[in-house]
Design a protein around this ligand. Structure first.
Ligand code: FAD
Ligand code: NAI
Length: 479
């Protein structure tokens, strides 16, 4: 006999585990199916984000930034440290410890909320009033079990996109999984793709001593950001940090020899070039993961690009089946997956949740960090929206000067007629924390004037956000 649940969630990444917890809080009997195994072969909850994404990358970004600070930035404070040693094995085990703490934390949360963890991968076998899902670990000898549920939430996430003819072995040619596990900084690191992963992981290994060359297909750098921000980021990354970023390239061939990897590519002038490196990271985007889900068995509709098709409320074409997170449209971000998870659980409970996709923040955890919410100036202009903008540099902010982090600026874009904030863009060492004020402001449909009139603590970095809001009305006080 199959076990019966009110809600079965397939996948325990940030979308799935949060959906399971929220559904349990709302009184449903809930099971969550997850068969991820970590490099030690242990089953682990948490998905891409906790195991090979957000959490481990941010741990290494912090460790490597500490190295950067001690080697290059402490001297301006009058601190010199001789004989600095970097122990990458220790850095890696610290990172692994954080991952374990977080993934075990979800096990605790499941027990606390009475969510049953079904260990294995889920596959639809039949539809009807109830859906039947088979759970199996994929190992031949292992038993399969079946569960039935009235409501199913698919949260199977995404996986790295690989390039044809570029064999990822996650030792020398790596996607995010291998790139987070190097035992030493490669002397020469090649990166294909100057997107979020390329810049974050390229930064980690550059700070730890690698010579990094990034090969990007597009002719523009960080085209998703506001032009003023991408220009500043380009200057800092290429000139101050010596990240060697080549734009407008076409990858022709990747050859792995015993001693090195050669990337043959055509540069932006159409000339044939070669990059020799010791390790190569392939970070050219991610694709939705619907492997082995049995989607066709139950007639689950997909888009041309392999995402599960959903409406604004994450409803699929099948009654009572929802899909959330990276496996559906929208930005591939953990917080987007989490909020969809909450919304779907509440929808199943008959509530009317709402997510404003326009106020989902983006953060790139480089140094400086790049963060934004809403639209950028070039997008708004292309849409014919009349805007006014205000910008304030951290160079004129006392706290930033005290911290030795005076690079970067805040830019606020407001509607020229109504003053409503349409976009916020920050480049600064602590942009990830500062952006949330603008997210909240936009969520509450604030005007730039609202921020300009709010008392901000002194001295704080957030005063730069207020000054940018004042700058929208051309009345900064400190510049
Ligand atoms: P996932 O986290 O991918 O989880 C899906 C889970 O489903 C997996 O555990 C998988 O094993 C499981 N699964 C798949 N198929 C089945 C099946 N048939 N049965 C059972 N289980 C199944 N986002 C941010 O917001 N901030 C960041 O700083 C950030 N950093 C990142 C860094 C890196 C290197 C990477 C790769 C990604 C990063 N992301 C970041 C993106 C973030 O990890 C994803 O957006 C997020 O994990 C998506 O959550 P999800 O629940 O949709 O899917
Ligand atoms: P990405 O979409 O951010 O960047 C991929 C880059 O590769 C793009 O600039 C693209 O033009 C380039 N590219 C594609 N094909 C190429 C080719 N053949 N040759 C050279 N360049 C090529 O994808 P990335 O960096 O792999 O990250 C995947 C996703 O994971 C991100 O989009 C984001 O959703 C999520 N993520 C989020 C993070 C965060 O929030 N801080 C951190 C890391 C990942």
């Amino acid at each position: 006999m199959s076990k019966q649940f009110d809600v079965v969630v397939i996948g325990a990444g940030p979308g799935g585990y949060i959906a399971a917890i929220r559904a349990a809080q709302l009184g449903f009997s809930v099971a969550c199916i997850e068969g991820w195994k970590n490099p030690k072969g242990e089953l682990a909850l948490g998905g891409t984000c906790l195991n090979v994404g957000c959490i481990p990358s941010k741990a290494l970004l912090q460790s490597s930034e500490n190295v950067e600070q001690i080697e290059h930035k402490f001297s301006e404070h009058g601190i010199t440290a001789a004989g600095v040693k970097v122990d990458i094995a220790k850095m890696q085990s610290r990172k692994d410890g954080i991952v374990t703490k977080m993934t075990k934390g979800i096990e605790f949360l499941f027990r606390k909320n009475k969510v049953t963890w079904l260990k294995g991968f889920g596959k639809f076998v039949s539809a009807g009033d109830n859906y039947t899902i088979e759970v199996s670990t994929g190992e031949k000898a292992a038993a399969k079990e079946s569960v039935t549920a009235k409501h199913v939430i698919i949260a199977t996430g995404s996986k790295a996109r690989h390039l044809p003819g570029v064999p990822v072995d996650n030792v020398n040619i790596c996607d995010n999984e291998g790139a987070l596990m190097f035992g030493a900084a490669p002397k020469r690191l090649g990166v294909i793709g100057a997107g979020v992963i390329g810049l974050e992981l390229g930064s980690v290994w550059r700070r730890l001593g690698s010579e990094v060359t990034v090969l990007e297909a597009l002719p523009t750098f960080l085209g998703v950001c506001d032009d003023a921000i991408s220009k500043e980021a380009w200057k800092v990354f290429t000139k101050e940090q010596s990240l060697n970023i080549k734009l407008g390239v076409k990858i022709e061939k990747v050859t792995q020899k015993k001693t090195a990897i050669t990337v043959d590519y055509t540069d932006d002038k159409g000339l044939a070039q070669k990059l020799e490196c010791d390790k190569l990271i392939v970070s050219v985007g991610r694709i939705p993961n619907t492997d082995g889900l049995g989607a066709t068995t139950v007639g689950l509709k997909m888009t041309d690009r392999g995402f599960i098709e959903v409406d604004d409320h994450c409803k699929t074409n099948l009654p009572n089946v929802f899909a959330i997170g990276d496996v559906v449209r929208g930005p591939m971000l953990a917080h987007k997956a989490e909020d969809e998870g909450v919304a779907v659980a509440e929808t199943i409970a008959g509530q009317k949740p709402h997510i404003d996709f326009n106020t989902i923040p983006w953060i790139i955890y480089t140094s400086p960090e790049v963060a934004w919410v809403g639209k950028n100036e070039q997008q708004l202009k292309a849409e014919g929206v009349e805007v006014k903008t205000g910008q304030f540099p951290f160079m004129a902010n006392g706290r930033a000067l005290g911290q030795g982090e005076s690079g970067g600026f805040v830019k606020i874009i407001a509607d020229a007629k109504t003053d409503r904030i349409l976009g916020g863009h920050i480049i600064h060492a602590h942009a990830s924390e500062l952006i949330q004020e603008l997210v909240t402001a936009m969520e509450f449909k604030a005007a730039a004037e609202d921020i300009a009139r709010i008392v901000h603590g002194h001295p704080t970095l957030s005063e730069a956000v207020r000054e940018a809001a004042l700058a929208v009305d051309k009345r900064t006080l400190n510049m």
